[in-house]
Design a protein around this ligand. Structure first.
Ligand SMILES: [Zn+2]
Length: 367
């Protein structure tokens, strides 16, 4: 009878098991959860916006727009700021369209939207900015804010899918637009960039397209997170458009970067700066098809040291100090139009009734 191998003592087995578990934990570090104490839920954010609109019905209004396609429906809330809205024709004002939360996992952007609405109505303090002529400037603007463009996708994130940026049925809303739609790069990842079955297949993109048609913005800003950058077209190629408008756009961004961000942001075309080409994006459509004079994509925060699968941390500040800084003093869209319209050389009034191109020309004089 052959001798059976000696059995390892139980304690050794337990130790080996413990070491195995420990190394597994080390390989797959726990993901940072949503900081519920500093971030709103989508429902509470919406409630707070509704309350703000109710308190300032002379300046703010809110529309809920709902549409569906092939059994999938989406609802977008659009807040309109229009100072003295009863008495002034919108056609004479500069139109600014701002979208936040197009990607579900970028929660910080919707917090910035809320902060912006407070600045427009109640809490008019921005570090280092003279707001003495704020009222006069605001009289000449109509600002439409879409605080959560991808509400269905965001709800998936809130339920635990922290890395998902797509809409409620898995389409990337920033790839569902018609300019160069559907082209796939070698490193195409459907989890990140699924463009949908056709341009504008998604209700959210349809609603935003209709908004761009009816509102006719002079300035469009698509606010994202994941890095710190100020982008202009194009996203689908690594060049910028030709002509005076493009020159002005770049000039605006470079001045903004220099004045407010110590030249820390990437500036230029999305496709030329971000390291990959993106096809079917909203900003390229706003430029090529909607003919918005100044279309931008702002990336307002990114933690480059975060593990790539630790998505909440990578796309959103996780501590209150950084959160407050991002939300307030580095509030990119706010600083953006404050910089545009409150500078000493500002000549907004003379240009407020001119064509889109002349508005762009007027903006150029602010720098
Ligand atoms: Zn994004």
């Amino acid at each position: 009878m052959a001798a059976s191998p000696p059995r390892p003592p139980l304690r050794l087995l337990t130790l080996a098991l413990a070491l195995t578990v420990a190394s597994a934990v080390k390989i797959s570090a726990p993901h940072t959860p949503i900081s519920r104490d500093i971030y709103h839920s989508s429902d509470s954010l919406l409630d707070e916006i509704k309350a703000l609109v109710a308190r300032h019905s002379d300046k703010l209004s809110m529309d809920a727009v709902k549409t569906s396609n092939k059994g999938y429906s989406a609802e977008l809330f659009v807040v309109t700021f229009n100072h003295m809205k009863e008495s002034v024709d919108n056609g004479s004002k500069v139109h600014i369209l701002l979208s936040f939360g197009q990607h579900g996992r970028e929660l910080i952007t919707s917090e910035v939207a809320l902060r912006l609405l407070y600045i427009l109505t109640e809490k008019r303090k921005i570090a280092g900015v003279d707001l003495s002529s704020f009222e006069r400037v605001l009289e000449n603007l109509v600002i439409k804010v879409v605080p959560m463009e991808n509400l269905n996708g965001r709800k998936r994130v809130e339920e635990g899918e922290l890395c998902d940026r797509r809409n409620g049925r898995g389409v990337d809303l920033n790839r569902n637009w018609s300019v160069d739609w559907g082209k796939k790069e070698k490193d195409y990842d459907p989890y990140e960039e699924n463009p949908g079955i056709a341009p504008f297949s998604e209700p959210e993109a349809q609603i935003m397209r209709e908004l761009s048609r009816s509102f006719k913005p002079h300035i469009w800003v698509n606010v994202h997170s994941g890095m710190e950058a100020l982008f202009m077209p194009y996203d689908h190629k690594n060049t910028t458009p030709n002509g005076a408008s493009a020159h002005l756009m770049r000039s605006v961004l470079e001045n903004l970067n220099h004045r407010h961000f110590q030249d820390s942001c990437l500036v230029g075309s999305g496709g030329g700066s971000v390291g990959y080409l993106a096809h079917g994006t909203t900003t390229d459509y706003m430029h090529d098809i909607a003919k918005v004079p100044m279309p931008f994509t702002f990336e307002i925060y990114g933690d480059e040291k975060a593990s790539t699968d630790d998505c909440f941390k990578m796309f959103n500040p996780v501590d209150k100090t950084t959160f407050d800084v991002r939300k307030s003093s580095l509030h990119v869209p706010t600083i953006f139009f404050v910089a545009l319209f409150l500078s000493d050389n500002h000549c907004f009034c003379q240009h407020s009734t001119e064509s889109h191109q002349q508005v762009v020309h007027g903006i150029s004089h602010t720098f």
